[in-house]
Design a protein around this ligand. Structure first.
Ligand SMILES: C[S@@+](CC[C@H](N)C(=O)[O-])C[C@H]1O[C@@H](n2cnc3c(N)ncnc32)[C@H](O)[C@@H]1O
Length: 291
């Protein structure tokens, strides 16, 4: 089989790359659940996370709990809205501390909330992020193409109290101090991807809970786009709410270093299994093909 130039470069990077810089991990023994040398899973409460050095992260990609009463193993997803905003403030502060000065943040959240009282979630979280110090860059609308969610009409065919629901989620794009990256690096985005993804309405379907075995996974396509658009090959990506490990699968597939934090041991185990199955086997296969 003929080896493409891209594959050869990719494989070389895998073989010769350093591990996620040892100096960036303050203490390996600290709640480290799994590591391949470039991919790290920590079983920890992210609000107390101090296992890696401050200012060591190039890009954060995550989807936090939405506070919509999802039955996670450990986390309580049914707080009061005020407590949810306090929780939001707390994780945004930890993320800020861990990001480099040119670090970026793709935060996947709902646009608003209808269940249990209407709330302007996106507007409120954006305001908190700015108060923490994050700077606003833009917003991507993720059209999940899921129309089956339309079940609550408020008042059917009546102006008395109808509900309007946008079947989309958003990805707020933030940065710490400066948007332009300080150093040059290798970008692996294609012309077609760049043209398509810089249009801020993304349309692709969500992930199946049953297939993945987690109550709220996002599809690999979401972190893949954020990672290829906003980071260089070999950059370090963080997901503070790792869940089933989707962001780290994407890191392994795009040759980035990845750090994931998850509070629930069974989701850490699931993430580890998915990474080994869906990402690393592909890399090993690629290496075998290019020898
Ligand atoms: C929306 S899910 C993330 C799903 C993930 N994007 C995926 O594709 O599987 C949020 C995750 O955050 C975890 N979590 C909640 N509170 C946490 C905390 N304080 N620290 C770390 N993880 C937490 C939950 O257990 C849950 O797995």
């Amino acid at each position: 089989m003929r080896t493409s130039r891209h594959n050869r470069r990719y494989t070389t990077t895998i073989r010769h790359s350093n591990i996620f810089r040892v100096s960036d991990v303050v203490d390996y023994s600290k709640k480290l659940f799994f590591s391949t040398g470039r991919i790290f899973i920590f079983k920890d409460n992210f609000l107390k996370f101090d296992a890696i050095k401050d200012e060591s992260i190039d890009l954060i990609v995550t989807s936090p709990p939405y506070n919509v009463d999802i039955k996670y193993g450990t986390h309580d997803d049914s707080m009061s809205y005020q407590d949810y905003l306090k929780f939001t403030n707390a994780y945004l502060e930890v993320c800020y501390r861990l990001a480099k000065d040119d670090g970026r943040f793709c935060l996947n959240i709902p646009l608003d909330k209808n269940k249990g009282g209407q709330q302007s979630v996106y507007a409120d979280i954006t305001a908190i992020a700015k108060a923490v110090g994050w700077k606003y860059h833009s917003t991507i609308i993720w059209n999940e193409q899921n129309i089956s969610r339309r079940t609550a009409w408020g008042s059917w065919l009546s102006a008395r109290a109808p509900y309007v629901i946008a079947p989309v989620e958003v990805i707020i794009v933030l940065y710490k101090k400066q948007w332009k990256k300080i150093k040059n690096g290798v970008s692996d985005i294609t012309r077609k991807e760049f043209l398509e993804w810089t249009n801020g309405v993304w349309s692709f379907v969500g992930e199946s809970k049953r297939r993945v075995g987690h109550p709220a996974p996002f599809p690999v396509e979401l972190p893949r786009r954020c990672i290829k658009l906003f980071s260089y090959v070999d950059d370090t990506i963080l997901d503070p709410f790792l869940g089933s490990g989707t962001t780290l699968i994407s890191c392994a597939q795009t040759n980035r270093r990845g750090v994931g934090v998850e509070i629930d041991a069974s989701y850490c185990e699931l993430a580890k299994r998915r990474i080994l199955r869906e990402a690393l086997t592909e890399q090993l296969e690629l290496e075998r093909m290019t020898l």
